[in-house]
Design a protein around this ligand. Structure first.
Ligand code: ADP
Ligand code: ZN
Length: 342
C-alpha cells in the first residue's frame, strides 16, 4: 500500500470522513468494529465525523481480549455487517488494538469476497505492527491465527493521542515489539528509545517503524522471503508465549526472543556488545523484563512443532549480523539450539 495512505497525526480521529472519501468516494455506509473499552473512549469521535459528512454509521462492539478472537465473534460480526446491508462500495473501520484489527480485517476480506477496510489502531503494538501489512484472521482452539487472509487496508489512520489512555502494560507490550525494530532499523532507533518516547519522539518512533514495515511488505506481501525479517525474535518469542500459557504478552515475549538472539550474536563476535547493552538499558528504563525463565532446550522443542518448519525439518530463523543488519537463515533445530546456547 502507498505510504500516503498511512496518516500518523494527532486528532486524525476527528477527520475520518475526509480520508474515507479519498479512498472510497462512493461509500455511503460504514460499520465501525471496536471493543468495549475503545468504544467508550473514541467511537463517538469517529462516528460524529462520519455522520457530519452524511455517512450512515452502525457500530459493532466486541468484548475486549484475545480470548474473543474466535469464530463465534467472527460470525456475529459478519451477520452484523450483512444486516447493515453494506455494499461493495462501503467500508469497515477497525477501531482498536490487534484483536479488533485482525477480526475486522478478516470480515472485510471475506464479506462479499472482500470490501474495503480502514485500520485505526489504538494500541502501540497495532500502530507499529499488526495494522500494517494486511494480515487478518482469528484463532481456533487448535492454534492462533489458523484462519486468515491477506487483505490490505485502504488506509491506516494512526491518532497518537489515543495512546495516552493505554494501560501501562499495553504500552510496554508495544515497546516490546519496538525493540525488534531497533535491531532491524539500527542505531537511530536505539537512540530514540534511550532518550524516551515523549511527544515528538513517539511520532518519530512510530513513523520509522511504519515506514520500515511498509517498505518490506510492499516488496514481499505474502511473506515468501524478505517479510520474514519481521519475525526477528519471534521464533523464540512464540515458544515463550506458549510455554507461559500466554500469560507473557506477545510484545514482551518478542523482546525476550530478540535479546536472546542479540546475545548469541555478540557471543559469535558479530553484534557489538554496546548495542546489546543499550537494548538492556532500554528494557530497564521501560520496566520490560527481558530475562527468560525457561530452559532454552525445552523452548526449542516447542519450536519444532511451529508452523514455520520446512518440510525437511529446517526452520527459518532471523539472525542479527549487526545493528540494523538482520538476515534470514535456514537452520536445523540442532544448529539453532547450538547457536542460542553457546
Ligand atoms: P494488541 O494490540 O496488543 O493485540 P488488544 O487488541 O487485545 O491488543 O488490546 C489490548 C487491550 O487494550 C484491550 O483490552 C483493549 O480494549 C485496550 N485498548 C486498546 N486501545 C486502547 C486505548 N487507546 N486506550 C485504552 N485501552 C485500549
Ligand atoms: Zn510480533
Amino acid at each position: 500500500m502507498a505510504k500516503n495512505n498511512v496518516i500518523i497525526k494527532n486528532g486524525v480521529r476527528f477527520e475520518v470522513a475526509k480520508y474515507l472519501k479519498k479512498v472510497a468516494p462512493k461509500c455511503t455506509k460504514v460499520v465501525i468494529i471496536t471493543d468495549n473499552n475503545v468504544f467508550m473512549l473514541y467511537e463517538a469521535d469517529i462516528s460524529a465525523s462520519l455522520k457530519n459528512a452524511g455517512i450512515n454509521v452502525c457500530t459493532f462492539v466486541m468484548e475486549a481480549g484475545e480470548q474473543h478472537k474466535n469464530i463465534q465473534t467472527y460470525e456475529a460480526m459478519i451477520n452484523f455487517v450483512a444486516d447493515a446491508k453494506l455494499t461493495r462500495e462501503d467500508v469497515i473501520i477497525a477501531l482498536g488494538g490487534g484483536v479488533v484489527g485482525d477480526l475486522a480485517g478478516f470480515v472485510a476480506a471475506t464479506y462479499m469476497r472482500g470490501i474495503k477496510v480502514i485500520q485505526m489502531p489504538t494500541t502501540l503494538l497495532a500502530c507499529i505492527d499488526s495494522s500494517i501489512g494486511g494480515k487478518t484472521g482469528f484463532d481456533l482452539p487448535q492454534g492462533k491465527n489458523l484462519i486468515g487472509a491477506f487483505h490490505q487496508p485502504s488506509a491506516i489512520l494512526i491518532d497518537l493521542e489515543t495512546l495516552k489512555t493505554l494501560p501501562k502494560e499495553e504500552f510496554q507490550n508495544g515497546l516490546g515489539e519496538g525493540i525488534k525494530y531497533a535491531f532491524l532499523i539500527g542505531n537511530e532507533m536505539i537512540e530514540l528509545l534511550k532518550e524516551g518516547l515523549e511527544d515528538g519522539n513517539l511520532l518519530d518512533f512510530v513513523t520509522r517503524c511504519v515506514d520500515y514495515k511498509l517498505d518490506i511488505v510492499n516488496k514481499d506481501e505474502k511473506e515468501s522471503g524478505l517479510r520474514k525479517l519481521l519475525n526477528l525474535g519471534h521464533t523464540l518469542g512464540h515458544a515463550i508465549e506458549k510455554e507461559s500459557n500466554y500469560t507473557i504478552p506477545h510484545g514482551l515475549a518478542v523482546t525476550k526472543g530478540t535479546l536472546c538472539v542479540a546475545n548469541a550474536s555478540v557471543n559469535y563476535g558479530k553484534l557489538q556488545k554496546q548495542a546489546y547493552l543499550d537494548a538492556i538499558e532500554i528494557c530497564k528504563k521501560y520496566d520490560l523484563d527481558y530475562t527468560i525463565s525457561y530452559d532454552i532446550k525445552s523452548l526449542i522443542k516447542n519450536i519444532q512443532m511451529d508452523k514455520k518448519m520446512h518440510a525437511d525439518g529446517d526452520i527459518s530463523f532471523v539472525d542479527i549480523e549487526d545493528l540494523g543488519k538482520c538476515v534470514i537463515r535456514t537452520v536445523s533445530i540442532k544448529e539453532l539450539e547450538e547457536y542460542l546456547t553457546k
